[in-house]
Design a protein around this ligand. Structure first.
Ligand code: SF4
Length: 761
């Protein structure tokens, strides 16, 4: 059997961490500062100093390898170099133990290789701001070093063997994997083949495939099949919504031979959803699940591994049995899982753990992006930042007096920004230099203070520092893809760095993944997604034809009725009559989609007056998970009534109401984003980047029509389903609008009296 290779850092992280989990904020040097710090330290060393000494040793089938930072053969001293900022004493104990262990492992291998009787082992901490070094050194005999090295290896060997065996068995199971149904659904095989090719050939694929063909299985099945062939380490299934996560877990369960254990699946859930002690802070002095975390971790990890489907529920159970934090147990388990299901942000956000681990561990990661049209909005928000004058004031108030004076320049500048007439300034192409300088200045002062003075995570000063730091960080990457807004609020201004085109940020993520499959029911037109999401030119495209027949769905478009903002009051009676008459003709469950909560209220009132016997239920702003479930539970098989919802909200996608649970949808809007200064500034960015001709469509038309297709997609869920879609706006008659609607629809045009909604045919 080939040796199982492990890096020195990974080995020590596994074997040498003990004691408490401590996630109190300690300011760290950036990767660039770290590199620079290493260079500066090496410049201080004598000429004979050996840097980056490659070392390796094989023991009992375990190959340990890495590069020692430096060795001085004259003083016989091995150095492990670490950079930091803030107070030396704030470096957590478990980090120091890890650093010490790394240095000793390198020293043991070096003694062995050069036949030395012993050496001085030194961990050198370099303060990146003060350029000061602090060393912790001791002379160790070779025998002691070797005993330590053997102890680390032995602790890992059994684990390494288990992992090697698992990988072999996993790959064999993937090779032997059969599709779990007798046959593929129409279009499903086509998607599966393209998804397999993308992983095998390390490519990107942009796939549009209709709802109901089994997309989840069609991308996961080939993802697993490709694991041995492409040498994949991980499969990431990324979703925008919880419902997508459950479908992926179900598919992975169904594919697993005998439902058990061939591949390890981990569900990643946000910390606030998983933390059983929300009133505590993440360190041993506050949270009992953090105290001694690393001492109890090995047993918890082993038991967690015995759960092939590590859903968040199972993870909670294991964590509770071992009294460790479930969230940080899941962070540990992602290193040992084969398939990981979680939100987009675990891979695409600035500090995404799956992305950073892909780089650090040099994983070959297959990335599957579910309902990928959502990535546009989600990525925009990931690469946007803001802070307000109110936050600035609160932070100043919380700051000690010595620090308060550093707030003054930024406070003054922000006061000057308040426009006299109180209007907003949307879409500036530049951040004023003096403003940015003052943001950087304050961030540096706050950084130095919080580094020396640990404080609770929820301190307004620390929270503001994070906001400001992120703002400054993104401001450093400001470009034609983003805008800067100054927005007047009741108590001051809000500075808003707004990303419009996340392409430049996302492009490097695709580059560091192995193969990426972005799939959705609505990725039309593909050029829009290519441009905005920054897909590489080599990206393959697939458009799976719909298996549905026009006879399954009666689509009516009502000419003569306008739901434009200015016409809404007039549209009420028309909308009410169409909805009520359709309901009388064909009683059952319907969804009525409207452009805003305000309009929803107006329509609801009008409906109640006009059709008092028709049951209605409403979406409310900010509904909890339970309230959403209750809303959907109204759609029973023998139910009757109309659920009113906002287009683009919680019920217009990712909702599955097959058969009689939903027989029709009314869409009383074209879904276009509002025409306002914010959106007009988006249009200008689109014009600059992609040309005037595309700007309107990229800003208004495509995002609007995408919502329509998604909402209408709730009605027909499989080849036997039947239903109605009523498009309540005259603009649906336009050719360029119809071109963006599903091509299997046959649209029947009905002329109406705008006021009454009465058909004029
Ligand atoms: S249980 Fe909650 S407070 Fe405790 S360490 Fe975990 S996330 Fe932090």
């Amino acid at each position: 059997m080939k040796a199982w290779t492990v890096g020195v850092r990974a080995l020590c992280e596994f074997t040498a961490r003990s004691g408490d989990l401590d996630l109190r904020f300690t300011p760290a040097a950036t990767a660039q500062e770290g590199m620079l710090g290493h260079q500066q330290l090496k410049l201080r060393r004598p000429e004979h100093y050996e840097a980056e000494v490659p070392l390796s040793y094989e023991m009992e089938g375990l190959l340990v390898r890495g590069r020692a930072d430096g060795f001085d053969p004259v003083s016989n001293c091995l150095e492990e170099l670490k950079t930091y900022r803030g107070a030396f004493d704030a470096i957590p104990e478990h980090h120091r133990r890890l650093h010490q262990a790394q240095a000793k492992v390198y020293a043991a291998m070096l003694c062995q290789e050069r036949d030395l009787p012993g050496m001085t082992v030194s961990v050198v901490y370099y303060h990146v701001d003060k350029h000061k070094e602090t060393s912790i050194s001791e002379y160790l005999e070779r025998t002691d070093l070797w005993a330590f090295f053997e102890q680390q290896c032995r602790a890992y060997v059994a684990w390494g063997r288990q992992e090697q065996k698992h990988r072999l068995a996993r790959d064999q199971a993937c090779t032997a994997l059969q599709f779990p149904y007798e046959q593929f659904r129409a279009g499903q095989r086509q998607l599966a083949v393209a998804a397999f090719r993308a992983q095998r050939d390390a490519q990107c694929l942009l796939a549009q495939a209709p709802t109901g063909i089994g997309k989840t299985l069609a991308v996961i099945f080939p993802g697993l099949k490709a694991m041995p062939e492409a040498g994949l380490d991980k499969l990431f299934y990324l979703t925008a919504k919880n419902s997508g996560r459950q479908m992926a877990l179900d598919a992975l369960q169904r594919l697993s031979p005998d439902g058990e254990g061939a591949w390890r699946v981990l569900e990643m859930v946000a910390r606030d959803k998983q933390c059983p002690n929300p009133d505590k802070a993440c360190h041993g002095q506050s949270c009992p699940l953090a105290e001694g975390f690393y001492d109890r971790l090995p047993a918890a990890r082993q038991q967690a591994l015995e759960q092939p489907m590590l859903t968040s529920q199972r993870l909670q159970q294991v964590a509770s049995e071992h009294q460790v934090c479930p969230y940080y147990l899941s962070q540990e388990m992602l290193r040992w899982a084969d398939a990981i299901v979680g939100d987009y942000n675990y891979f695409f956000d600035t500090h995404a753990v799956l992305y950073s681990q892909t780089l650090v561990q040099q994983w070959r990661s297959a990335v599957l992006v579910d309902e990928a049209h959502n990535l546009v909005e989600r990525a925009r928000s990931m690469y946007s930042a803001s802070f307000s004058q109110v936050q600035l004031r609160m932070a100043r108030k919380a700051a000690p007096s010595a620090l308060k004076r550093h707030f003054a320049p930024l406070t003054r500048l922000m006061e000057d920004l308040i426009p006299e007439e109180g209007g907003d300034q949307w879409g500036r192409k530049k951040i004023p230099e003096d403003l940015l300088e003052q943001c950087e200045y304050l961030a540096a002062r706050l950084g130095a203070y919080v580094a020396e003075n640990p404080m609770p995570q929820d301190s307004p000063l620390l929270q503001f520092y994070f906001e400001l730091l992120y703002f400054v960080d993104l401001a450093g990457q400001f470009g034609s893809h983003s805008l800067f807004d100054i927005l007047a609020q009741r108590d001051g201004v809000l500075l808003n760095l707004r990303n419009i085109v996340p392409a430049p940020f996302l492009a490097e993520r695709y580059g560091d993944a192995h193969g990426v499959v972005l799939f959705s029911g609505t990725m039309n037109p593909s050029q829009f997604y290519r441009d905005v999401l920054g897909l590489p030119p080599s990206t393959a495209e697939l458009n799976v034809a719909s298996p549905y027949r026009a006879e399954q769905l009666r689509v009516r478009q009502y000419a003569g009725l306008s739901t434009r903002y200015a016409d809404r009051a007039q549209s009420l009676s028309g909308v009410c009559d169409i909805v009520g008459q359709a309901y009388q003709e064909q009683p059952g469950n319907y969804l009525l989609f409207l452009s805003s909560f305000d309009y929803l209220e107006q329509v609801s009132q009008a409906l109640q007056e006009r059709w008092p016997d028709m049951p209605l239920w409403h979406q409310q702003p900010g509904m909890s998970d339970l309230q959403r479930t209750q809303f959907l539970d109204r759609f029973t098989l023998d139910g009757r009534g109309v659920g009113l919802a906002v287009l683009g909200g919680a019920f217009s996608e990712g909702v599955d109401l097959p058969g009689k649970r939903l027989i029709g949808a009314f869409i009383a809007t074209l879904g276009l984003p509002q025409f306002n200064p914010a959106n007009e500034s988006v249009r200008q960015v689109m014009a600059r980047l992609f040309g005037e001709r595309r700007a309107y469509d990229y800003t208004y038309l495509y995002p609007g029509l995408r919502k329509i297709t998604q909402a209408a997609g709730r009605v027909i869920r499989d080849e036997l389903d039947q239903g109605f879609v009523y498009l309540l706006d005259e603009r649906y008659g336009q050719r360029r609008v119809q071109q963006l609607l599903p091509d299997w629809w046959q649209i029947e045009q009905v002329r109406t009296d705008a006021r009454s909604g009465q058909s004029l045919r």
